[in-house]
Design a protein around this ligand. Structure first.
Ligand code: ZN
Length: 235
């Protein structure tokens, strides 16, 4: 009787293990990622992009009309940079765009925080928020940005930056085309001195070849599509 029950338990465990192993994405994830530990994600319906961007007041006056109408153009598919079962948003006031920061900070962000900090678990996959072309792949741990990737979208009118990565995909090089939801690297803490691992995420509107304007990415991540790990576009 006891032995019979043991077989049943073993069989159930085997089925569970097979289910867990079988649902991983077809991608060589960096060593720290345990794909089996990543929860499945339910597709989330897009919220209407009617959220007013939070910007430092002194920048607001100079803001060209409706950058987010461009960013959220209906023909584009924008996805959240962290595929997960949660819509990661800045978890603390200091993680929001424009938050007061020390040190030498860009005038373009009102000398405040130029992006948002998403404090998801370390080594979580980070994906491109939209179709685009890789602009920079930087692997210098001495940089304040740490290891980072920037991608340009919409014929170069918009750029997205993903900073403090622990790992960047080996084949990622400038000029390479990536799709919305395509894996770029892993959330980490390169270049981070005081806080824990997080993704510093920035969005820039390129006004011309030499002029750019950073905008608050929070409305974009609030309105973006949350994708399943299984939907990640991989090479
Ligand atoms: Zn940051």
């Amino acid at each position: 009787m006891g032995a019979g029950r043991g077989y049943v338990v073993a069989a159930v465990l085997a089925v569970v293990a097979a289910a867990v192993v079988g649902r991983g994405p077809k991608v060589d994830l960096p060593p720290l990622v345990t794909v089996a530990s990543m929860p499945r994600v339910v597709r989330v319906v897009l919220e209407p992009p009617n959220i007013i961007p939070l910007r430092p007041a002194r920048l607001q006056a100079r803001e060209p009309r409706g950058p987010y109408e461009a960013v959220l153009a209906p023909y584009e598919r924008w996805v959240h940079p962290i595929p997960d079962n949660e819509r990661w948003l800045p978890g603390a006031p200091e993680g929001r765009y424009g938050a007061v920061r020390g040190g030498d900070r860009s005038e373009r962000c009102g000398r405040g925080h130029c992006g948002i900090d998403l404090t998801a678990p370390r080594s979580a996959p980070v994906v491109s928020i939209g179709d685009g072309v890789v602009e920079r792949v930087e692997k210098d741990r001495r940089e304040r940005a740490g290891w980072y990737v920037s991608v340009v979208h919409d014929n170069g009118r918009i750029a997205s930056k993903y900073m403090h990565l622990d790992f960047i995909r080996d084949d990622l090089v400038p000029g390479m085309h990536v799709r919305a939801g395509e894996w770029l690297g892993s959330l980490g803490r390169t270049g981070v001195k005081q806080s824990g691992p997080h993704l510093h995420f920035e969005v820039q509107i390129r006004l011309s070849k030499t002029r750019e304007r950073r905008v608050d990415p929070e409305p974009l991540v609030r309105a973006s599509e949350v994708i399943d790990l299984l939907e990640m576009k991989v090479p």
